[in-house]
Structures are given as C-alpha cells and as structure tokens.
Design a binder for this molecule. Sequence first.
Ligand code: URA
Length: 434
Amino acid sequence: MTLPSEVVEAHDAVDVIRAKRDGRAVPEPALRWMVDAYTRGYVSDAQMSAFTMAVLLNGMDRGEIRVMTDAMIASGERMSFASLGKPTVDKHSTGGVGDKITLPLAPLVASFGVAVPQLSGRGLGHTGGTLDKLESIPGWRAALTNEEMFAQLQSVGAVICAAGSGLAPADKKLYALRDVTGTVEAIPLIASSIMSKKIAEGTDALVLDVKFGSGAFMTDIDRARELARTMVALGTDSGVRTTALLTDMNTPLGLAIGNANEVRESVDVLAGGGPADVVELTIALAREMLELAGRPDADVEAALADGRAMDTWRAMIRAQDGDPDAALPTPRESHTVVADRAGVLTRLEALPFGIAAWRLGAGRARAQDPVVHAAGVDLHAKPGDRVAAGQPLFTLVADDDKRFDRALEAVDGAWTIGDTAVAAGPLVRERITA
Ligand code: URA
C-alpha cells in the first residue's frame, strides 16, 4: 500500500496504544491520526484492537471522545439539510426488543411540517433493525440516493432509509472490529460511533432513546445514564440540539417482536390504537423532537387520532415504492404457550424473547444473512395483566416448525406468574439535557 509519508511518519500507533494502556489521555493530533491511519489501512486491526481494549479498560475524557467523534466524521461525507427550509430532527434508539417506535414516530413528527431524516440500520443478533421491519412491506425500498432523500423530505417530510456508505466509514470499520474483539461495550466508543453518524447526517436536532434493562445494550441504568450524558454533550458541543430519554427495556415493547408483526402494530398506533407502552413512548419521543424543532405546543395525540400521522405514513411508504395497502407476509407455522396457573404476570424478560424471535428467523447472526419477515413472537399478555390457567401467553411464529424447540429453550424461565401485581417503574425514567 502506498500512503503519503506524512500519514506514515506523523505518529506511532504503539505510542498511542501505550498512552491509553497506561491511563493517559491521547493528544489530539495523535488520536486524529490513529483513526485516519486505521481507516486507510496503515494502522493494523491488531493495533486498533489493542487500542480499543485499552479504551474499554481505561476510558477516555470528554475532550478525547470529542476528537474521536470528529475524526470519524472527517473520514466521510457530511450531509446538510440547510436548503430544505424546514427544521430537521432525528431520533436514535440504542435498540431493544420489540422496538418499532421509529415507524409511527417519523411520520407523526413529520405531520407537523418538520423534516425527519431517519437513517437506519439492519438488525444483528437479538435486536431488530428498522429496515428489516419495513422490508416486510411489498415493494418498499431502503436504499435511496441523497437526491431522492432530499426530495422526499421536501414532499413528505419523513424518510426512513439505509445510511449510505459515505457516512463515517471509519466507524463502519471500527464497529466491525469491536464486534469481534469484545470492545463494543466501551461507552466512549459507543458514544463516538453513534454520534459521528448522527452529526455527519446533518440533522439540526436529535433525540436519543437510551435504553436500560435486560433487553438493552446497557443492562444497568447508571451506565445507560453515563452513555446518554456523553452523547448529549457530544451533540451539543457540535451544535446539534440534543436531549435523551432513559427508557425501560426490561420487558419487550408492545406485543409484537419480529418484522411484519411489528409493522402491523405500528400501523395500529398510527390508526389511533396499539399497545399502551408503544403509544406512550411514541408520544414522549414525538414531544421531545417537536420541542427541539421549535413546536412545543404541537398536539401529538390529535395527529394520531385524526389520521394526519397515518396519511404521512402512507405517503412515506409509497414514496419508497412500498404499497401501504398490501398484505404483509404471514407465517406458515405457529406454536402457542399457555399459562400453567391463574395469577398475575409479574415478569416477562425482554432478552430471552428477543433471542427467541431471532432463532425463529426474525433476526440474523451474520450481516449477510436474510431475515424471515413473517417470523417472530406475538405476546398475548404483558407484566401486570391477570391471566387464567390455560390462557395463551404468547405465540411463536415461523416458516419452519423445526425452529420452535430452540426458541422455547431461549424463553425457558423468562416469565413469572405470581399471586399479586408487582408495581413497575415508569417506562420513561429520566430526561437528560445538556
Ligand atoms: N450502535 C452504534 O452505531 N455503535 C455502537 O457502538 C453501538 C451501537
């Protein structure tokens, strides 16, 4: 490989690794160089693995995290929506089980004349991907050019599409490396990864849904809070108005876990119905987004009740060649589990149900694998609900009944039926601002 001598000679990767290994802050020029030289292939995977492990063990200060984020932004293109003539606001969720909130949220917020450029990803492991869910809709297309995205933001207001490969390519390479080196969990690396893409995307404002609990990336609320504070500070320092909600992901969101079934549930919300927790979180995030976009008095509930949000959803799906009226894929096989006693469902753990949906085919183990759009889990009861003996608790759905045994293994012991209800904490636990 031929690289300019200033890249090769400017710094030494081993010095950068040693500094972090010994708990020292890495000076700005060396850190910028490390990210750039890794992206170009001069710093090796082995060296970057050692560095990310040192970050996981010893952390980074706020200045280093900002430099890391800037360096990843600088590795690719930076979009701008300034010429749209309307405010832009985006939402990012750290991911959870049954988290389909982007689907009703983007058209709901856009129905108030605000542009929502929602660059989304595919699922990997037990957390689903927004694009996988939307691809259940016949004809719907995730890949848009920047020009198509602009035109749709202008005409419809909401776009949910795949992030182009030009945004923060350094993050793409680094994230794949972290995935196989046990270094995904480092807060400075998560924060810089997420925020580099969001800042490069060029949104004016951003609301973060940072989840904690068994189905979340961060099981512990204190670590989730630290991640949220770090990201809010990064966004604010970069001129993106940013707030975060800390939300409970101990139990799946809504009743549907999968792809097509999550689209159905989202459409129910847009039609003014849907499960209470999905409606609550959609409304809470919409209010946050609209406040940041300068519309604090927008009547979000009215837009769900009177069909405005649904009209925007239909226009958004059509603009990406989807048919909002087409039948969604239905599963060939199903297996229902019933309550073995009467009582109150007191616990239904998110993570095992996410793993079950994944094993049923709703998720993928490798980035190149396809997903089965009709597969997943349909819950019939949620914690707090009273159940009778023999009453259906949940149904596994798949295209192949051979998948049921492994899915049932995943959820073994994952729910409890007790005698009395246990008070649950609020879904939205905290709001974090700069
Ligand atoms: N999502 C991202 O985009 N990056 C991370 O590091 C973790 C979750």
